[in-house]
Each structure stands twice: as C-alpha cells, then as structure tokens.
Ligand binder design. Structure first.
Ligand code: BG6
Length: 487
C-alpha cells in the first residue's frame, strides 16, 4: 500500500469564526453585527430551515430591542472571547500548525463608520495572535465572515452602497498595520458565493426593503463591491505586509450530472461553472463572459466605477481556499426528484451517498474530485479551510465522547486530500470546521457539533462551557503527529 505523503510544511489545524465562537457580543465596545440578529428556533426541525436568509425588517427591529442571549445564539457563542488561552492550549496539544479565526469588524469599528478604531478590540486580537505564536500556531485570518456591522446594513443598504468599500478597506488597513508582525495568511470574504443564498449574512441586505424585481441586480452590485474591496484589501496587504498571502474563499458546491444524458451533463457543467465564477473573478481578475451575457439578457445593470476593472486585474489572490461539506446532483428533472439539504441549499438526492443527521450528503471522493478540478483550473495552491461533520454527540457517564463517526468522516476526507496530492495537486493545508464545538451558522444551535473538543452548553446557551476532549481529539493529534500517515 502507498504511504500518504503530505508536504513537510503542511498546515494542519482547525477553523472558527468570531461570530460563532467568541460570544461577548456587547463587551469592550463591540457594536452589533448582522450575526447578532440570527435566532435559534427551538420549534423548527433544523432539517427544515436553511440559513438566516429569511430575516425581515421586523426581525431586525426585535433583535435591536432585545438583550436576550439565549435565543440569539451567536451572542453567547462558546465564550472563546474569555477562554481563548485554554482553547489554544488544547489546539496546541493536538499539534495545530494553524488556526483559522476571523476578526469581528464590529470589535474594531462598532458601527463601521467611526473615525478611530476601538483600541480594546484591537488589543483583544493582538493578544490572541501573540498567544497563538507562543504556541507555534500560525493565524489564518478571515476579514469578513458573516458579521458586518448592523449599522451598515440599516444605513448603507449593506454592501449595496459603494461607500462601504472604503469603510471596509479602512478597517483592513488598520488591522494589517496593527498585526503586520503577527499574521501572514489572510482571507477576504468567507464564502463570497453566498450572496444569493443568504444575502443578509453575506452582504447585510434585508431583502424586504427592496423591490423584488430589482433584487438580483442589487445583489450583483453588492457582490461587485465585495470583489473590488477584496482586490483593494490585497493591494494594501502587499504594501503593508510584504510577503503575506491573501486567499479568496469559496463554498465548493460540486455537482454531478444525474446520469450520462448529455442534457444533464451540460447542466452540471454550467452549475459548476456558476459556482467557480466567484473564485474566477478573484483569481483571473475579470468577470467571465457568460456572467456578463446573463446580465445583458436579464437587463441587469451593474455599475463599474472607472478604475474597477484595473483594480480587479492587478490585485488577484495568492491562493484559493474553500469549504467543502457535500456534493450535489444536477438534473433537468430536479422538480420531481427526492431532495436533500445543505446549510444553505437543497438539492437532488444522490442514491450512492449517505446523509448526515442534518441531511447533508457525505462524499469524500467529491473532495478529491474538487481538488483536481480546481487545481487544473487555477494552478494556485489550494487550502481546505472548512470541512466537517455536524452531529449530535453523547456525553457518556464516564465523561467521554465516543465520536467514531466523526473519526471515520475525517479519515475518508483526509485520505481524499492525500489522494489529490498524489495526483499532483498543491494543497497548503487543512482546517476542519468548528475544531471546537461552536454555534451553527444556519440553525444557530450548539447541538449540531463539529468539534474535536466538546463544549458543555445546550442550544439555549445554558451550561458550564467546560471543554472536554472527544475521542476524535486523540485521533486527530496522531494524524498531525504522523503528518497524515496514520489515519
Ligand atoms: C459554512 C460557513 O458555510 O458552513 C460556516 O462558513 C458554517 O460559518 C459552516 O458554520 C457549517 O454550517 P452550519 O450551518 O452547520 O454551521
């Protein structure tokens, strides 16, 4: 049998986002973010609702008047804000080389518009990065992970108004300057392709505030602003921290044709191309022609300011990062087919794949497939910055958590990465999602657990928040120690 060969400097680690783990939603001057409006809905079967895409103006009004932290699950998170040193000790014990975190914009500029940054927010991340370095853990920092200031959503139409580009770039410059000696790897927008699936979380757009027939154009315009902001962030990163690296971040939604009917194959090809479009702009520095053709056909008018095209072309990313959880099926007959879920989309069921408790299709070979396909397309180093199994875990009477299902999930997915490396794909690293249990993005609950480390809290945020190592903790530690040889 072939022995897996991961590069010596392979970045093994884990991934988190500020709004899903920090809690402390209104401490030390932090402003309210869009994430602080999303609620856990105890009476809804998590399988039945997808993301916080249905948020209304009324929901926001209520959220702004409420101090509740129980139903607004991202307000309590898993208390990483106060416990990060203890958590970093555990990550270091597993041998993490890298930890993906995000900076909450609202800790630095509470409403996004202040002239001066909030010093306490800056200090918090400074100390977080210093503590990581002490433990030989490299920070991988997302600048925008579903947590823009709510003020901008309410007063600037989220990313729809061009002025937000400058506000974001200002925030980026501040954090680049402050952390220039601490952070080398950066990502601009988490899952930038989510703009259509859940516009509120991604671009701060409350859809009931705009005419329905204009929405598509508004979303494309906001996306364009994010693309320009991403390029400008890359420009300033290069000026302020020479040698640092910037990545884009895509939700990889691989889709297979339902069968070899050329119509299904063509549909799958086009669906995959739609998914790649978002990374294409950030890697190739221009919009693909087919998107502009679609705009023409639909009468969509996206305003480009003079200089935008040059900015996109000049400041492209150094590496391509992505999340991978599941694959989909493209079928011209989709309406009549059985469906499965994702956190953000539903799709046609693939009869060859198992599903998780949340009805997500598990497909390790799809990761191998995506890695080859993406490398052939982009010829840039790839970084899998999210992957994992959301599952209920049982805390046994002896205090252990026997999560063999998670070990099996990771074993297969890490093998898929090894296979892709064997096939010549350049992979920089792997950061499984929610390496520490945290609050779910879509369902806002804790019991959908992803971590190697269990957090003793329930969906309403009650509990001791004690950290407990799961069986997978020891397994992953050994994977890292043997550089992926022992799975
Ligand atoms: C990704 C997001 O889409 O999926 C994360 O970047 C999210 O923020 C993860 O948590 C898993 O989804 P969920 O809804 O199960 O938390």
């Amino acid at each position: 049998m072939m022995q897996n060969k991961f590069p010596e400097n392979f970045l093994w680690g884990g991934a988190t986002a500020a709004n899903q783990c920090e809690g402390a939603w209104n401490e030390d001057g932090k402003g309210m973010s869009v994430a602080d409006c999303s609620t856990y809905k105890p009476k809804v079967d998590p399988k039945d609702y997808v993301a916080q895409n249905g948020i209304s103006s009324d929901d926001i009004e209520k959220a702004m008047k409420s101090d509740d932290i129980s139903l607004y699950g991202k307000r309590h998170g898993v208390d990483f804000y106060h416990r990060y040193k203890e958590d970093l000790d555990l990550f270091a014990e597993m041998g993490f080389k890298v930890l993906r975190v995000s900076i909450a914009w609202t800790r630095i500029f509470p409403n996004g518009i202040e002239e001066k940054p909030n010093e306490k927010g800056l200090q918090y991340y400074e100390s977080l990065f210093i503590e990581m370095k002490k433990r030989n853990i490299e920070p991988l920092v997302t600048l925008h992970h579903y947590e823009m200031p709510l003020y901008l959503s309410n007063n600037y139409d989220g990313w729809y108004q061009r002025a937000v580009v400058d506000l974001f770039v200002k925030f980026c410059k501040v954090v680049f300057k402050r952390y220039k000696n601490l952070v080398k790897y950066w990502l601009t927008f988490n899952e930038i392709d989510s703009v259509f699936r859940h516009p509120f979380t991604t671009i701060g757009l409350v859809t009931d505030r705009y005419p329905k027939e204009k929405l598509e154009e508004i979303i494309y315009q906001s996306l364009h602003h994010q693309f320009v902001a991403s390029s400008l962030a890359t420009k300033y990163l290069r000026e302020i921290i020479p040698g640092a690296q910037m990545g884009c971040m895509l939700t990889r939604t691989l889709t297979y044709p339902e069968n070899c009917d050329p119509k299904n194959c063509m549909l799958a090809l086009k669906d995959n191309r739609e998914n790649y479009f978002y990374a294409d702009v950030q890697v190739f520095g221009e919009y693909p022609k087919f998107i502009k053709n679609q705009w023409d056909k639909k009468g969509i008018n996206v305003k480009f300011e003079s200089g935008d095209e040059e900015i996109l072309k000049l400041y492209t990313v150094d590496f391509v990062s992505f999340s991978y959880y599941m694959s989909f099926v493209s079928s011209i007959d989709a309406e009549r087919k059985e469906k499965v879920n994702g956190n953000i989309a539903t799709g046609v069921k693939n009869p060859y794949l198992d599903v998780t408790e949340w009805n997500w299709q598990v497909d390790p070979m799809g990761l191998h497939y995506s890695l080859i396909d993406m490398y052939d397309r982009y010829r840039k180093p790839l970084f899998i910055v999210e992957n994992g199994l959301g599952s209920r875990d049982k805390l046994e009477e002896d205090g252990s958590i026997q999560d063999d299902y998670r070990i099996e999930y990771f074993r297969q997915h890490i093998q898929a990465i090894a296979d892709a490396i064997e096939d010549g794909v350049e992979v920089m690293g792997y950061t499984p999602w929610g390496c520490l249990d945290l609050v779910s993005m879509s369902t806002c609950q804790i019991s959908k657990r992803y971590g190697f480390i269990y957090v003793d809290a329930d969906d309403l945020g009650y509990g001791t928040y004690n950290r407990i190592k799961k069986k997978s903790f020891y397994w992953y530690k050994n994977v890292i120690e043997t550089n992926g040889v022992e799975l």
